[in-house]
Design a protein around this ligand. Structure first.
Ligand code: ADP
Ligand code: ZN
Length: 604
C-alpha cells in the first residue's frame, strides 16, 4: 500500500519562515519600491525650478542633509542640501510653503498598502494554502492552530500491492478470526439484516514481531478499505491535552473515511491501568478517557473497525476490555514449526535461494524465533551470499544467519589463548555429552567454539525434531543437567572453574525456579502457585506471591534441584571421560563440528 505521510514539520516552522520573509520584504524591498518614486535632481535644478515658481512645497531634512520638494503636480523630488544662506529668502520669494507638512516620499495610501496590507494578504494567502494542503492530506476538516493536536495518523491508501492474508504465513487461527471482519467490511448488510453488530475493537495480543501489524494491514488490504495506523506512544505528547485531541482527530478522520480500519499499535502506552494514584499520569488518563468516549460514541455498524496490538495485555485497563470496546481478543503467538517453515518460505520468495534448501531444517533450528526474526534470518542469508559473491543464498547461508541472529556475528579476531580455547571446547562438549547421554534430550545439531559478537565464546545447538507442547518433569530436569554440563566438564578436567558458565547458570536457575513455583513440580508445595507470571510475552518475568518464609524455602529447593542435576551431569561425564577427551580434542582442532560428526565419534 502507498503510505501517505503528512509533513513532519509543524506549521509553526512555516509561520516563522513567512514572518522572516515579511521582515526582509519591509527592510529592503519596500524602501526600494518607494525610492523609485522620488526623482533625484541637483541643487541647480532645484534653484531654477524655484525661480520658475514650479515648486509647491519644500521639506528640509537636516538629519539626512537632503531637501525634498514637490512640483505643482505633486511629483516628489530630492536634492542634496547645500550650505545656502539665501535659501529661505529665495523660497519665500517664490511663494513656496516650506513650513508645511512633511512630504511623504510616496503617497500615504501606497505606503500603507505596501507596509501593512500587502504583507497581510500574502500572509493570509500562504496560511490558507498550507492549511488546505494539510487538510487534503489528512482528509479531515477541523485542524487546530499550528497543527498541534492533529493525529499524525499514517494513512495507507488503497493500492494494488496491498498486503493480503497470503503474505502473512502461519497464524491460521488469527487469520480465520479476522476473515470475519473482512467479510463484514465487504458485506455489512448481511450482518445488519440479522441484527448482529461487529465488535468495535479487536485486540491483537502476542509477543513482538509476530506479525500483528501485518495482520491489521492485511485486513485492510483484503477488505480494500483505508487503513489508519498510529502508535500508542505517539498519542502521549509533550503538551497536556494533546493526546486527547489527537484521539478525537483520528476518529474524526476515520468516520469520514468509513468503512475503514484504525490500527493502534502499542496500545498499552495509553491503555495502562489507571491506578488512581495522586499525581499519576494525567495526560495518559485523559487520552485513554477520550479513546473510551470515542469508542462508545459510534454505533457498532458504522464501518469503523479498530484493531489494536499489545504485548502486555495484563497491564491494560479493564475499562478498555469490557464488552462494547475491545471485546474480542485475537492471540498472535510465536509460530510453531509449520508456521516458521511457511514464514521462511514467504520471505525466501523475495530473495534468490538455492532450489534444494531444506526449509524444514532451518525452521527446526530456529525454534522460538518470531516472524520478524525469521524475516531477518532470510535477509541475513541473502546479504551473506552477496558478501561471498554468490548469486543466490544456500542452505549454509541460512544456517549461518540463524546463528548470527541468535548469537551475533563471528568475532574475526577475538584472541583466545590456547588454554582458553581448550576450556571452551571441554565446556561445550560437556553440554553436548550430557545432553546426548540422557533420554528425551533434543539431538545436538552443531557445536562451535568460534567466538561471537554477543560475547558467547562457543555454543551447542540442540534442535528438536518436531513441535513440543508439553514438557515432562524428567525432560525439564534433563535440561537443567545439560545446562550444568559445561561447568561440570571444566571441574572434572581442569579442577578449576571459569566465568564461562554465567548464562548456563541463569537459564538453569530460571527453569528450576519455574518448576517449583509455577509448574507444581515439588512435592512439598503440591499444586500451589508461588509465583505469577507477568509480561508473558516479554521474557516472562515472575513475581512472588508467597510469604517471606516460603520464599526462603523456595530458594533452598531451587538450589537442591540444581545441585542434584549438576551432580548427575558430573557423573555422566565421569562415566564417559574418554569420550569427553576425544570429542573435546576434536572440537579444539576443528572449532566447529556438526551433530553427525559428534554422534559418530561418540558411538565409535
Ligand atoms: P508486530 O506488529 O507483531 O510486532 P510486525 O507485524 O511489525 O510485528 O512484523 C514485523 C515483520 O516481521 C513483518 O514486516 C514481516 O516481515 C515479519 N513477519 C512477522 N510475522 C510474519 C508472518 N506471520 N508472516 C510473514 N512475515 C512475518
Ligand atoms: Zn555453557
Amino acid at each position: 500500500m502507498n503510505e501517505v505521510k503528512k509533513p513532519k514539520k509543524p506549521m509553526i516552522y512555516y509561520y516563522i519562515i513567512v514572518v522572516l520573509a515579511l521582515l526582509l520584504f519591509n527592510a529592503f524591498v519596500t524602501p526600494w519600491i518607494m525610492e523609485r518614486q522620488v526623482e533625484e535632481v541637483d541643487y541647480g535644478t532645484f534653484i531654477s525650478m524655484t525661480e520658475k515658481k514650479q515648486i509647491s512645497r519644500v521639506d528640509i531634512q537636516d538629519q539626512d542633509n537632503t531637501i525634498l520638494f514637490t512640483d505643482k503636480d505633486e511629483n516628489v523630488y530630492k536634492t542634496a542640501k547645500v550650505e545656502d544662506p539665501d535659501l529661505t529668502d529665495r523660497l519665500y520669494g517664490a511663494g513656496v510653503s516650506f513650513y508645511g507638512e512633511e512630504i511623504q516620499q510616496t503617497s500615504p495610501i501606497l505606503t500603507a498598502f505596501l507596509t501593512w496590507i500587502l504583507p497581510l494578504l500574502i500572509f493570509i494567502g500562504i496560511g490558507q494554502y498550507m492549511s488546505r494542503k494539510l487538510m487534503e492530506k489528512a482528509g479531515g476538516k477541523n485542524s487546530m492552530a499550528f497543527g498541534m493536536g492533529k493525529s499524525n495518523a499514517k494513512i495507507y491508501v488503497k493500492s494494488s500491492e496491498g498486503i493480503k492474508f497470503s503474505d502473512v504465513a502461519g497464524e491460521d487461527e488469527a487469520k480465520e478470526n479476522l476473515a470475519e471482519i473482512v467479510d463484514y467490511l465487504h458485506n455489512p448488510g448481511k450482518y445488519k439484516e440479522i441484527g448482529a453488530s461487529m465488535p468495535k475493537g479487536i485486540l491483537l495480543v502476542g509477543p513482538p514481531g509476530t506479525g500483528k501489524t501485518m495482520l491489521a494491514k492485511a485486513v485492510a488490504g483484503e477488505a480494500d478499505v483505508p487503513f489508519f495506523s498510529m502508535s500508542g506512544s505517539e498519542f502521549v505528547e509533550m503538551f497536556v491535552g494533546m493526546g486527547a485531541s489527537k484521539v478525537r482527530d483520528l476518529f474524526q478522520q476515520a468516520k469520514e473515511k468509513a468503512p475503514c480500519i484504525v490500527f493502534i499499535d502499542e496500545i498499552d502506552a495509553i491503555g495502562k491501568k489507571r491506578d488512581g494514584r495522586i499525581g499519576g499520569n494525567d495526560e495518559r488518563e485523559q487520552t485513554l478517557n477520550q479513546l473510551l468516549t470515542e469508542m462508545d460514541g459510534f454505533t457498532g455498524n458504522n464501518g469503523v473497525i479498530i484493531l489494536a496490538a499489545t504485548n502486555r495485555p495484563e497491564s491494560l485497563d479493564p475499562a478498555l476490555l469490557r464488552p462494547g470496546r475491545f471485546d474480542r481478543r485475537v492471540p498472535v503467538e510465536l509460530p510453531d514449526l509449520k508456521g516458521r517453515e511457511d514464514i521462511l518460505k514467504v520471505h525466501a520468495k523475495k530473495i534468490k535461494v538455492d532450489v534444494n534448501v531444506d526449509f524444514n531444517k532451518i525452521a527446526r533450528m530456529a525454534s522460538g524465533a518470531s516472524g520478524a526474526e525469521l524475516a531477518n534470518i532470510v535477509n541475513e542469508a541473502a546479504l551473506r551470499a552477496v558478501r561471498d559473491g554468490r548469486k543466490y543464498a544456500t542452505q549454509a547461508d541460512l544456517e549461518e544467519s540463524i546463528e548470527v541472529v541468535i548469537a551475533g556475528y563471528q568475532k574475526k579476531n577475538a584472541i583466545l589463548t590456547d588454554r582458553e580455547k581448550l576450556v571452551v571446547a571441554y565446556h561445550e562438549i560437556g553440554h553436548a555429552l550430557v545432553a546426548a547421554k540422557q533420554t528425551d534430550s533434543a539431538p545436538v545439531q552443531k557445536i562451535t567454539i568460534v567466538p561471537r559478537t554477543s560475547g558467547a565464546l562457543g555454543y551447542t545447538m540442540q534442535v528438536d525434531e518436531g513441535n513440543h507442547y508439553l514438557m515432562s518433569k524428567e525432560e525439564l530436569e534433563n535440561k537443567i543437567a545439560t545446562y550444568t554440563g559445561g561447568r561440570a566438564a571444566e571441574e572434572i578436567v581442569f579442577g578449576s572453574i571459569t566465568t564461562g558458565a554465567s548464562n548456563d547458570i541463569e537459564q538453569a536457575t530460571k527453569l528450576a525456579r519455574a518448576m517449583i513455583t509455577q509448574y507444581g513440580m515439588s512435592k512439598d508445595f503440591d499444586m500451589v502457585a508461588m509465583e505469577t507470571q507477568t509480561n508473558q510475552y516479554l521474557g516472562g518475568d515472575a513475581s512472588l506471591t508467597c510469604s517471606a518464609q516460603t520464599q526462603a524455602e523456595i530458594d533452598q529447593k531451587v538450589v537442591e534441584l540444581v545441585r542434584r542435576q549438576h551432580e548427575k551431569a558430573a557423573q555422566i561425564l565421569l562415566d564417559n571421560r574418554e569420550k569427553l577427551d576425544e570429542l573435546s580434542q576434536h572440537l579444539y582442532q576443528k572449532e566447529t563440528i556438526t551433530g553427525g560428526e559428534f554422534m559418530k565419534i561418540l558411538n565409535s
